[in-house]
Design a protein around this ligand. Structure first.
Ligand SMILES: [Zn+2]
Length: 306
């Protein structure tokens, strides 16, 4: 466990050599809040952190409901009686694991077969299905008597709905995956391009308007506002690069989604896996809305532009 400041503590593991997974514990007067629960193997470390910091775990405030953010919930509910608070849109992923699997990993079942390996990848890091007690929405504030507060700010992009939590006493913004991994060997994934762009602008405005000392994220080291603004800029360029790469493939010839996804991954040097397929599909929907592409009678995507 690492102390970020006197009221926020980080428990961390390595998901891969280069990708950390950080879970943040926030200390109220007598009660504690976790921002996400990580994966199921982090349980003992999280319980140790709770014991060291001292107090009762009141709730797990989720950023979003991906398997690597809700994986330890059932054990924590069992051991502490904590409540589960999460954005509504994907909240059924907590208890309906079939939906979690099909909506997350098999949006295109013809391209991604139901295999033991895929099930293992999605399910093996979660402990057990569980209920969500409350849905969070923008403007919700959970306040403790010691002045620690957690205010909910909603974003989209990586998922259709994701919460960020602002702690005002320490002026800390705690995020999940609103800003996705940009340098991973795979495309971390986004389901709405415009949502992602809007969220990056919202974060920039947030930094301009609110006092922020530090930004904490699930898969990045803590950042200063200056460092985080540079990350926002890189994320904007990342979206532009993916869009440009997709258009470059389509300029050569109309392509079906599977071929476009494969060529785009290869051109970007990213793995061909399900997150990148959902992402390429999101870009196609975005380009369709902007009337830059259409789907022809052969189900191929055609580019209309210079
Ligand atoms: Zn995620």
């Amino acid at each position: 466990m690492k102390e970020i400041n006197p009221y926020i503590f980080e428990t961390s593991i390595k998901l891969t050599e280069t990708i950390p997974l950080n879970v943040y514990l926030v200390k109220g007067e007598k009660e504690l809040f976790l921002i996400d629960s990580g994966i199921k193997s982090m349980h003992r470390d999280l319980m140790d952190s709770i014991t060291k910091v001292g107090g009762k775990l009141k709730a797990i405030m989720h950023t979003h409901s991906h398997h690597d953010h809700i994986g330890g919930n059932a054990q924590l509910i069992e051991e502490t009686g904590c409540q589960i608070i999460a954005p509504q849109t994907h909240a059924h992923w907590h208890y309906d694991w079939d939906a979690h699997y099909s909506e997350f990993a098999r949006t295109f079942p013809d391209i991604f077969a139901d295999t033991a390996e895929l099930r293992e990848e999605v399910f093996s890091i979660m402990d057990a299905p569980h209920q969500v007690d409350h849905f969070c929405k923008e403007g919700d504030v959970y306040a403790s008597e010691n002045g620690v507060t957690l205010a909910c700010w909603m974003f989209s992009g990586h998922l259709l709905e994701e919460a960020g939590w602002y702690e005002s006493k320490t002026q800390t913004l705690i995020l999940g995956d609103v800003v996705t991994l940009l340098d991973a060997p795979f495309i971390h994934g986004h389901l709405t391009v415009q949502g992602y762009r809007d969220s990056l602008l919202k974060l920039e405005k947030f930094l301009d308007k609110k006092p922020v000392q530090q930004i904490l994220m699930a898969h990045f080291s803590p950042m200063s506002p200056v460092e985080f603004k540079a990350l926002i800029e890189r994320a904007t360029q990342y979206l532009d690069t993916i869009e440009r790469t997709i258009i470059n493939q389509l300029k050569k010839a109309p392509l079906d989604l599977k071929t476009l996804w494969q060529q785009t991954c290869d051109a970007l040097g990213k793995a061909r896996e399900f997150r990148s397929l959902s992402t390429v599909n999101a870009h196609i929907k975005d380009l369709q809305a902007k009337k830059k592409v259409s789907i022809n009678f052969e189900q191929k995507i055609e580019y209309h532009g210079p």
